[in-house]
Design a protein around this ligand. Structure first.
Ligand code: SF4
Length: 390
């Protein structure tokens, strides 16, 4: 447990809606590029014990969040579609028994085309999941094999078609700049997705992260220029097809932005349960961050004893401006100026100097009532954010 200096108590409200994240830490196989907290299942997952642990974790967390309405629930991973339909249903019942769900609460579940079929999708819908996020990455067999995915292109197409039959709100995750990929191939993947018309698409460039298999066995990736051309091509295709580019990697039809992720980008509060899950909660004029035990076994044992939290710290006041901007400036529309005070408890004057510097460099613009990144600011987001470092 690590303690940091407490931020000064401020009077910002702690009653804003809450997002709930539920981490499912197992996958059929570990992908060589993946640095998420995911572990090869190596057989059946300990589902019953895990669901019990999540429920115990939620109970223990209640004093921090009780009475707050839940605006969104997100089952992320790992591969949440490895959970059975009754397990997801039981978890949703357990949540709604202790916390009020806002009307129209968005409930997303991430699915891997290699670890779920249409029958399961229908089951998830029936127990209350409202949005399915499919980790497709590519529809091209050779590219999928190169990044170690457990499914092929046909399984990805079948999963997407099945998901669309049961969910109005489907997200497709695609990756580009894959080993050996050409611009035309990346565009081909996007074309297949767009033709099927999901409400939401995310496009991520493959990057090599430390502590992954690819960091040790580096594959040959398309060069910087090719990656930029892919990015621009995909963005243009999505724009022509009517998807708004509302966040660095996210594109949505009107009214179909992901509410759960918007809450992160608006520096809202969230409770994360499950191994390694993060929480950010405002209470008594302070913002507290928590991290749960990372290893599934340690988490399950800890949660059952009422000690799922591994680390807790109060965010220092000096860090709040940067933390807010790191999220809010990812959004194409930026943020209403009032949100800064609402979410940090600080006056905008606390970041006026870096705001002026960013404006002078053409990285942000400030139309009445709003602050947003310019095209240049979105392209050089890291440079923009550095201005706000404490
Ligand atoms: S399926 Fe997703 S979470 Fe699991 S190892 Fe692959 S990239 Fe990571």
């Amino acid at each position: 447990m690590r303690a940091e200096p407490a931020s000064e108590a401020t009077d910002f409200p702690s009653t804003c809606a809450l997002a709930l994240y539920v981490h499912v830490p197992w996958c059929l196989r570990k992908c060589p590029y993946c640095d998420f907290n995911s572990h090869e299942a190596g057989g059946a997952i300990p589902e019953a014990r895990y669901v019990e642990a999540l429920q115990a974790d939620l109970q223990a967390a209640l004093p921090l969040v009780s009475g707050r309405e839940v605006r969104s629930i997100f089952f992320g991973g790992g591969t949440p579609s490895l959970l059975s339909v009754p397990a997801v249903g039981n978890l949703l019942d357990a949540v709604s028994a202790v916390l009020p769900l806002e009307s129209g609460c968005e409930i997303t579940l991430e699915a891997n085309p290699g670890a779920a079929d249409e029958t399961k999708f229908r089951g998830f819908r029936e127990v209350g999941v409202t949005r399915l996020s499919l980790g497709v990455q590519s529809f091209d067999d050779a590219r999928l094999a190169a990044i170690g995915r457990v499914h092929d292109g046909e399984a990805a197409r079948r999963a997407l078609d099945g998901a669309l039959r049961h969910f109005e709100r489907v997200n497709v995750d695609l990756m580009y700049a894959l080993p050996g990929q050409t611009v035309a191939q990346a565009a081909g993947d996007m074309r297949i997705a767009i033709e099927r018309g999901p409400a939401h698409l995310s496009a991520y460039q493959l990057t090599i992260e430390p502590n992954t298999w690819f960091a040790h066995q580096r594959p040959e990736l398309p060069g910087e220029d090719a990656a930029t051309e892919m990015q621009e091509t995909l963005e243009a295709m999505l724009g022509e097809a009517g998807y708004a580019h509302y966040e660095t990697s996210a594109f949505a039809r009107p009214q179909a932005a992901c509410r759960h992720n918007l809450n992160y980008w608006h520096f809202g509060d969230y409770l994360g349960i499950g191994p390694g899950a993060h929480s950010k909660l405002s209470a008594d004029g302070r913002i507290v961050r928590q991290t749960r035990h990372r290893q599934p076994k340690a988490y399950i044992e800890g949660a059952r004893r009422g000690h799922a939290v591994h680390e807790e710290q109060v965010v220092a006041t000096a860090d709040l401006g940067f933390e807010f901007m790191m999220n809010a400036l990812r959004l194409t529309a930026g943020f209403p100026v009032g949100l800064f005070r609402e979410r940090t408890g600080l006056e905008l004057a606390a970041v006026e100097e870096p705001l002026r510097a960013a404006e002078a460099r053409g990285l942000i613009e400030r139309p009445p009532g709003c602050i947003r990144p310019t095209r240049l600011g979105r392209r050089f987001l890291n440079d923009l954010l550095q201005l706000f470092l404490p």
